[in-house]
Design a protein around this ligand. Sequence first.
Ligand code: 1CP
Length: 347
Amino acid sequence: MQAMTRETEGSAFLRACRGEPVPYTPVWFMRQAGRSLPEYRRVREGIGMLESCRRPELVCEITLQPVRRHRVDAAILFSDIVVPVAAAGVELDIVPGTGPVIAEPVRTAADVERLRPIDGADVSYVDEAVRLLVKELGPTPLIGFAGAPFTLASYLVEGGPSRTHAKTKAFMYQAPQVWHALCARLAEITLAFLRVQVAAGVSAVQLFDSWAGALSERDYRRFVLPHSSHVLSSLADAGVPRIHFGVGTAPLLTAMGEAGADVVGVDWRTPLDQAAGRVGGRAVQGNLDPCVVFAPWDVIEDEVRRVLADGRSAPGHVFNLGHGVLPETDAEVLTRIVDLVHTASAR
Ligand code: 1CP
């Protein structure tokens, strides 16, 4: 509700999320703040990832870096999907070069019982960072985010990153009731984390279900959709667009839209015109292959123009990569892509 009166309202990003006419296609990049930026590496020196997420002024600086450099149309809060889980008392670390590592993986009903809910006081540094950012960003919208129950559960059950998600799936099939109890708790943690961000002033939220593509549509609908749907539908009255994203989700796009998204994020494997047909009249976000940035400029240019053309099939298109910026990416190429998206899409 509060969002309706804010100066970000007329932004191309929010208009595209709502399927309204835009002067040009808005663009931002997943993982736009991070290791592709020398200024990021400089300010992070000697400070652990989780610790960085808990320092509001540092969060503010890191979030602003890609906005200053690339002139993207939206900022995304610098944080991580495991931040609220750590706030809920799970002992974990974000290990450089690996990702989240959980000290005692969640494998039993008793482990699930120990996952406690969070409230605003547990993540007060996030509230503070968002308030600082909203002031600094002016008309540029800030995207809040959280991990979806399946992707969070995968880290908790596996104990860290996994290629096959074998332990997670074994848990799901062996103890479906305990699985649902785990996802229900994670959904409440995620919802509380997103509500803190909305109350502090974010203009949109993205629910990352990065690893949902590991599931068949049937398993997604049985084991995951009800929980993601609880998170997204509970935010229906928040007055901000809800973006729902996963990787390798071609068979899941319809179901992910049904989970209650306003915008469905699409990876590079599915052309946006095909995706648009599957997401039930919703806006789409994506979907340049993150590796295309390593191609010669004329190839990049063709690919950007193709993504823009495919995106016109949807009622709204937010340009992005199909997944996060790779650390080896040349930041200058990203800036050129932003300029190209703006000029090539100008109406
Ligand atoms: O020291 C470092 O720089 C660590 C690298 C890093 C960074 C910069 C991690 C560890 N997380 C982050 C920030 C982060 N994480 C953001 C920042 C905002 C931005 O986009 O600019 C966001 C949105 C996330 C969300 C996140 N964390 C996701 C969902 C997005 C995605 O990429 O799919 C996931 C899956 C994670 C887990 C995670 N955290 C970090 C890593 C390396 C990983 C992935 C590990 C794996 O492969 O499973």
